[in-house]
Design a protein around this ligand. Structure first.
Ligand code: SAM
Length: 244
């Protein structure tokens, strides 16, 4: 995990040997389960360290700064990772910032099964998995407005994604969105939706992921107002007719 250790340092995170061992075990489990569950196309040792682990960690310095937190944050903030898939970005964030309470949410049963096994194999405390779609769970009292941080990577176009994420954020909390090279256009298309849902964009910035020569952006949206009760809309409307 030499790339990860060095890259994390460049992000301002010093990972201990115990944390690096957890990442090593995560890599091993990811590759082992991938044969059966088709979790990710990225399985090379170096690629997983850069494209999954470091990419997941790259938003943490910005989010911590916005929250006035140290790096890693020491408060037990509650983060939900929406559409976590094989655990990104939620699991790397939990390993690097162990004081976070982390919930991994996904609509696909086999991903949820993998994530549950992974949490117990890695011995993570204050981490759990929820099976369901964000636009349905965002209408329940158990999840709506319950999270300090709501993160998502590679789940949906931004104008759809914000309808999944913002209902879950508590007022004053942050949505942390990971995006690739098309982010500037997606941001323009989602501006109105962000406002309608009670969000205010506090940061939209390109981020450099160590050892990765690809464009990445992080968008931080603060929830400044209550999300109107009619959102998220059901029946796939967030996807089929994004707010505009
Ligand atoms: N976030 C991971 C990553 O960056 O590697 C996984 C990305 S994968 C392309 C998208 C994941 O989001 C899938 O596991 C899918 O089941 C989940 N997903 C898509 N839409 C969702 C929704 N509305 N609610 C919950 N999960 C969703």
């Amino acid at each position: 995990m030499a790339l990860l250790r060095q890259g994390a340092l460049e992000l301002g995170l010093e990972l201990s040997d115990a944390q690096l061992a957890q990442f090593q075990l995560y890599y091993h489990e990811l590759v082992r389960w991938n044969d059966r569950f088709n979790l990710t196309a990225i399985t090379g040792y170096a690629d997983v360290q850069t494209k999954h682990f470091l990419d997941s960690l790259a938003a943490l310095p910005l989010a911590a700064q916005e929250l006035g937190e140290s790096l890693p944050p020491t408060r037990p903030l509650h983060l939900v990772d929406v559409g976590s898939g094989a655990g990104f970005p939620g699991i790397p964030l939990k390993i690097a910032a162990p004081r976070l309470k982390v919930t991994l949410m996904d609509g696909t049963g086999k991903k949820v099964r993998f994530l549950g096994e992974l949490i117990s194999t890695l011995g993570l405390n204050n981490a759990g998995v929820v099976h369901g779609r964000a636009e349905e769970l965002g209408r329940t009292t158990a999840h709506r407005g319950q999270y300090d941080l709501v993160a998502a990577r590679a789940v949906a176009p931004l104008n759809t994604l914000v309808e999944y994420l913002l209902p879950l954020v508590r007022r004053g909390g942050l949505a942390v969105v990971y995006k690739g090279g098309n982010a500037p256009q997606e941001f323009v298309d989602a501006r109105k939706a962000i406002e309608t849902l009670g969000g205010d964009t506090v940061r939209f910035a390109p981020v450099e992921v160590p050892f990765l020569d690809e464009m990445r952006y992080v968008l931080l949206i603060k929830k400044v107002r209550h999300t109107p009760d009619q959102y998220p809309r059901g029946q796939g409307l967030a996807r089929k007719q994004p707010l505009s």
